[in-house]
Design a protein around this ligand. Sequence first.
Ligand code: BQF
Length: 295
Amino acid sequence: MPEIIDGNLIAKQIHAELKAKLEKFGGKRKPCVAFIRVGEDPASVSYVKKKARVAQEIGIDSRLHLLPESVSQGELENIIDTLNADDCVDAILIQAPLPKHLSEREAFNRVRPDKDVDGFSCANLGLLCQEDSSAFVACTPAGILEMIKRSGVETSGKRAVIIGRSIIVGKPLALLLSKRGVDATVTVCHSKSENLGQVCSQADILIAAVGRPATVTADMVKEGACVIDVGINRVPCASTKTGYKLVGDVDFEQVAPKCGKITPVPGGVGPMTVAMLMKNTVAAYERHMPESASK
Ligand code: BQF
């Protein structure tokens, strides 16, 4: 049976490291992250709650800006501008997805690059592309690389296949895995890819970021491969209190016996995403408080 990569455990280690780092700094003020949430999408409500709770545990202050579903692009941008100019705010997070009438891209690009802890702005995506280490890297791709590294998965010269080309996961992850020092050979697949199964079956590291259950089946996985499941899908389930359960994009039961390592859902990539948000927030704080960081 494969090694199950425990995202909860690795995330907890990172939280402890960040907490210890902040205690050592003894800065004049705590780091502060501002969350902007538009509307009441239940998943967004729970993600923001989780992030705020973890922040507090580490010693990071958070603020929540709740905007009504009907907010205009201009009003949203005014809030972003105010937070950009606020010296008490180190980090700004706009919880995605935004309602359809708003432009996520315009909003992401409006965030000051040194507060853009999600790494979705042109500036940070460009810096990542340039392999500049000062880039804020999107939290899910950064979390995936961190869990790959911390669980001893070899990347140099290995074949990585990513299913999904989103700005939030697939694209930045392709840049991360192919950068110097990581050195994987990366293939990005998507809905138009031909022979998906055949391409995937070449992968030493297979990453599924599609948003559809059971996209990855056993025949698509090479014996001994490392399989990273980014999907978080709610499927109806009669035997749970909520009436649904969370599953990834990988058919876990079928695929697990074939792999060397695999991430579960829940408790895999998800907690790592949150941990990287905390890491980026502490990094933003260090940039804003150089006198503390140098101690
Ligand atoms: C877990 C997200 C899709 C769209 C917008 C832990 C999270 C999830 C799962 C979490 C996600 C996914 C987040 C688990 C934040 C990850 O135990 O498996 C944590 O909070 N995430 C988000 O903010 O926006 C999303 C996925």
